[in-house]
Design a protein around this ligand. Structure first.
Ligand code: FES
Ligand code: FES
Length: 180
């Protein structure tokens, strides 16, 4: 669903008028996505999630609740995790966005990704991209976390499948590997 940050009018607008207004209000944004500079024409009221999935075809970032509660849409903005469903793309101009597609390097999975696979921290996989993005940023800030800190760090990312134990284990193992 395309999240639009404009107030909706009670009666809506004539379709032709809406189209004309939309065209007029498109804006250009420049942002760097996974290290690649992008210049895009966007609706200033669309979410970063919409831009990534619908304009850039980066569908690794998942749309869950679209309301800021599940964490499935987490990406990094200038290295900091944000909920892309609640982030207007207009605020991302001249900033760096990292999505799950940009985490592996030279064909090698990031340790968090690798251990999520190896420990069984992935079942349906829907929460995984957001979970990984949160964990990657968290381990940069806290390279030697204990399990409680890991649980706290991923508390905004909901998983309906795994019960979290395997996910926490995966992040813990990734932290160990990154220290060695
Ligand atoms: S889709 Fe963004 S928090 Fe759920
Ligand atoms: S693995 Fe299915 S929601 Fe987390």
């Amino acid at each position: 669903m395309h999240r639009d940050f404009r107030e909706e009018t009670e009666h809506g607008a004539e379709p032709a008028v809406t189209e004309a207004v939309k065209k007029r209000s498109m804006m250009e944004v420049e942002l760097t996505v996974n290290g690649v500079p992008r210049r895009l024409l966007v609706d200033p009221f669309e979410s970063l999630l919409y831009t990534l999935r619908e304009r850039l075809n980066l569908t690794g970032t998942k749309e869950g609740c679209d309301q800021g509660t599940c964490g499935a849409c987490t990406v990094l903005l200038d290295g900091v995790p944000v909920l892309s469903c609640l982030t207007p793309v207009a605020r991302c101009s001249n900033r760096r966005v990292t999505t799950i597609e940009g985490v592996a390097k030279n064909g090698e999975l990031h340790p968090v990704q690798k251990h999520m696979v190896e420990t069984g921290g992935i079942q349906c996989g829907f929460c995984t991209p957001g979970m990984v993005m949160t964990a990657v940023a968290f381990l940069r800030e806290n390279p030697q976390p204990d399990r409680r800190e890991i649980r706290e760090a991923i508390s905004g990312n909901l998983c309906r499948c795994t019960g979290y134990a395997k996910i926490v284990e995966a992040i813990s193992k990734a932290a160990e590997e990154m220290q060695s």
